[in-house]
Write a protein that binds this ligand. Structure first.
Ligand SMILES: [Zn+2]
Length: 488
């Protein structure tokens, strides 16, 4: 007996040593993914001129709405006129097209038109600011105060649109001629899905046979204090975004008087279906962009976090459990389920013949709309409920790649303009116009060259949206250096 125990102990010791060696070897091989860059001279910017252009752009109430009758297109036309006045060289050298009436598409023809193009994307429309009274400065005034430009759209996304235009204007002043063609596409309905603007611009480009090396759109940014254990800001580059699907569930039953009710009412049937969906969340897995995020961030992290990420073969269950424990990170590993509307019944003593719920899903990359609907059907497992998609669903597009020159150029430029930042791939949990361009641009990246704090994230679509003059200046420098690097 004693001999058996000795053998078990010996086997455990050997296993322990083997495990330690494996963990150490993996951690040593888990080297930094950050590119070392040699500093490039930073371009000269006329900051006052750029700030004035942004201030003017912010004053137009370019609001987008779900309901077609709610739109006021006049501010869009006024914005276009203002852009023509403020960016004369852009309008002299680039070809401007109005798409679907209000979206702006500019073509900057390259000297080598056979080379794959570059797409720079942004949007003109903004969400409303119904809480104007709580703002420190009125949301559509474009006030400059305390080193910030204030207003709806500074971060999302007029800052980027004006930043791109200012960069192109400066490049033209300096006599820059791009080698590959550059398209600037500024949609007018991004906040309501981009089905009129971006979708049509993408269709036009596709029909013209335009192939882009990459597209760059809003998405993620340089975020300070985003990861525990890392002092450096992190430049997250979104490789893809989640899909979008709203399903309407309807329960049907015979109408009648509440004095003689059936065992199950339409409301009871519907409630059970909804409860089943909430009790059975969609399965979790590690999407490729999230795995890559760990690959880029892990080596920069202190012990023992680096060992954990270097050895996902062993630690993955632990990491997954941790990710699932918080709402924001849980949304990164599964198709989310959110019950947003439930209605049925109008009178306290009448049984409704119909009750309806709407559930919003955000499919993760790799999971199709069809698969999600099938899973919902199986989970509810009740044919008294009809299920149908509301609005136009969107598939999660396949992630952009990181092992291509396009990503490398983006990575390098970020490190040149934000020298302290650690670059990491990521996945956006919300949506943007980017997915519309999947047939034109093989690699679509979502990165706003802006420094963000946690506090800024709440300003997007919230009160007191603002951008610091310093950040805006840096953003323009980024676009200039990026265009030079991609198309110079
Ligand atoms: Zn946006």
């Amino acid at each position: 007996m004693k001999r058996i125990w000795l053998r078990v102990l010996l086997a455990m010791c050997i296993l322990g040593i083997f495990l330690c060696i494996t963990l150490t070897i993996n951690t040593l091989a888990f080297t930094s993914m950050q590119i070392d860059v040699t500093p490039r001279p930073q371009p000269e910017i006329d900051t006052d001129r750029a700030v004035t252009s942004l201030q003017k752009a912010l004053r137009f109430r370019t609001l987008s709405y779900e309901e077609p009758e709610a739109w006021d297109y006049e501010p869009f036309l006024e914005l276009h006129e203002m852009l023509e006045r403020r960016f004369p060289l852009v309008h002299e050298h680039l070809e401007k097209e109005l798409v679907s009436g209000y979206s702006l598409m500019y073509t900057w023809a390259g000297s080598a038109p056979d080379e794959e193009a570059l797409l720079l994307l942004a949007h003109q429309d903004v969400v409303d600011a119904p809480d104007a009274a709580t703002w420190e400065h009125p949301p559509f005034s474009g006030v400059v105060a305390d080193g910030f430009i204030w207003g709806r759209g500074t971060l999302d996304d007029k800052g980027s649109m004006i930043g791109i235009l200012e960069a192109v204007e400066i490049l033209l002043e300096n006599g820059f001629q791009p080698r590959r063609s550059i398209y600037l596409c500024f949609g007018h309905d991004e906040e309501v899905g981009g089905w009129d603007g971006a979708a049509t611009m993408a269709e036009i480009l596709r029909d013209r046979g335009v192939r882009a090396k990459m597209s760059l759109d809003e998405g993620m940014a340089v975020i300070d204090g985003a990861v525990l254990g890392l002092d450096n800001p992190i430049a997250f580059i979104s490789l893809t975004e989640k899909g979008y699907l709203s399903l309407e569930l309807t329960a049907h039953g015979p109408p009648g008087h509440a004095s003689t009710p059936p065992r199950e009412t339409t409301l009871g049937i519907l409630s059970r279906a909804v409860t089943r969906l909430e009790e059975n969340p969609m399965p979790a897995s590690l999407p490729e962009p999230v795995r890559l995020m760990f690959r880029y961030l892990g080596p920069e992290m202190p012990f023992p976090a680096n060992v954990v990420f270097a050895n996902l073969w062993l630690t993955k269950p632990l990491v997954m459990r941790q990710l699932a424990s918080e709402r924001a990170t849980d949304a990164a590993i599964r198709t989310t389920t959110a019950v947003t509307i439930m209605e049925g019944g109008v009178k306290d003593n009448v049984l409704p013949a119909e009750a309806r719920a709407v559930v919003n899903f955000r499919p993760k990359p790799g999971e199709t709309i069809e698969q999600v609907i099938e899973r919902v059907r199986q989970t509810i497992n009740d044919d008294r409920i009809t299920i149908r998609p509301l609005r136009q669903p969107t598939e999660a597009p396949p992630p952009a790649r990181v092992d291509v020159p396009a990503f490398e150029v983006l990575h390098e430029t970020i490190r040149q303009v934000f020298p302290d930042a650690i670059v990491a791939p990521a996945m956006m949990l919300g949506g943007s116009d980017t997915h519309h361009y999947s047939e034109v641009a093989e690699n679509r990246y979502g990165f706003l060259p802006l420094d963000f704090t946690e506090d800024d994230l709440e300003r997007i679509h919230g009160p007191n949206e603002r951008i610091s003059v310093e950040s805006f200046d840096r953003m323009i420098r980024f676009y200039i250096m990026f265009i030079e690097a991609v198309a110079g």
